[in-house]
Design a binder for this molecule. Structure first.
Ligand code: 8YV
Length: 329
């Protein structure tokens, strides 16, 4: 830290008021009240000056920016769980600690996953649009038919905290739980969730009614749902993604949806956010959300509190609790 009494903490986006107020009490923060995203030059200037940078998913902190950071920059305390926007390796080489906010957005993101599964299977958005259009002519035995969730098979890709929270909810809806993960989860967890492990993602994809993407985006999961794998999904299947757009080949996904090679999709994340494949925008069988899986006031406050704890622990000379290890990615 420079010889200022309180660390200069530069926050790239507007955070909930209570978090910003607490930061004012604890640190010397530079807040972004207008919430205008920082461009690359703005980020470089911030990193040249800050003791601590608090970025979000909208800031791409690559190796070049890290190389250009001032000597005083010691912590990148990201507001969010995913850290694929930060070059962890480059940060470690420069001796900059990277922290994130795991755990506190698990339940909200799992809720959103279920909301998307329900919305796609039961055609919520189409139904709502019909009512609003004024063209609804009344109930009909064959009108707005969707598909029953009860008794169907859900395949979860990534059985971490969020994957498991999705599984718990899905069981309440009568779905049977299947999963693919780098590692098989503990026996007790499998038993609790009555979950079936698939070592082969290909095999699982070919047999599920619903697929939910809940793994992080890493070099190993980039386009995990490749054209070949998307082609393995049955025609009646739906795909839901509340993780990262990069895990799915979006261009191919739009094509298979357009051709009816899978039945529908619910997407909260996109490969090139905020851009969305124009093809997807035209399709009725997809529900598209603006990356709002963790967007609850409570969740965002909890995330901010985690950021504060991480910074405060470092200020006190200890290792922040949510330090991201390079080996995890
Ligand atoms: C966050 C997310 O809102 O935490 C994550 O990884 O994807 C989102 O829910 C966002 O990343 C904040 O930076």
């Amino acid at each position: 830290m420079s010889d200022r009494k309180k660390p200069l903490v530069i926050v790239t986006r507007k955070l909930p008021d209570v978090i910003e107020t607490r930061m004012m009490e604890l640190f010397e923060p530079r807040l972004n009240i207008s919430d205008a995203p920082m461009d690359r030059a703005g980020l470089a200037a911030a990193m040249a000056e800050a003791d601590v940078l608090v970025p979000t998913v909208t800031d791409r902190i690559d190796a070049e920016l890290i190389k250009g950071a001032g000597e005083q920059l010691k912590v990148i305390a990201s507001f969010g769980t995913g850290v694929d926007h930060i070059d962890i390796h480059a940060a470690r080489e420069r001796g900059i600690a990277v922290t994130n906010t795991p755990g506190v957005l698990t339940e909200d993101t799992a809720d959103m996953t279920m909301a998307l599964i329900l919305a796609v299977a039961r055609r919520l958005v189409e139904g709502e649009a019909l009512v609003r259009s004024g063209e609804w002519t009344g109930w009909s035995p064959t009108g707005m038919l969707g598909h029953r969730l009860y008794g169907k098979r859900l395949g979860i890709i990534g059985m971490g905290r969020i994957g498991r929270a999705v599984a718990r909810r899905a069981r309440g809806f009568g779905l049977s739980i299947h999963y693919h993960n780098r590692r098989r989860v503990r026996e007790e967890t499998e038993a609790e969730l009555e979950a079936t492990y698939w070592d082969s993602l290909d095999q699982m994809l070919a047999r599920m009614d619903i697929i939910s993407v809940n793994c992080p985006h890493t070099p190993a999961t980039y386009h995990l749902l490749s054209p070949r794998r998307l082609a393995l999904m049955p025609r009646h299947a739906i795909l839901v993604n509340t993780s990262r757009g990069e895990v799915v080949d979006e261009k191919t996904l739009a094509r298979v949806l357009e051709r009816g090679e899978i039945a529908g999709a619910g997407l909260d994340v996109f490969e090139h956010e905020p851009a969305v494949s124009p093809k997807l925008l035209k399709l009725p069988n997809v529900v598209l959300l603006p990356h709002m899986g963790s967007a609850t006031l409570e969740g965002r406050i909890d995330m901010g509190e985690k950021v504060i704890i991480n910074i405060r622990t470092w200020v006190d000379g200890h290792t922040p609790p949510d330090i991201v290890l390079e080996t995890e990615f």
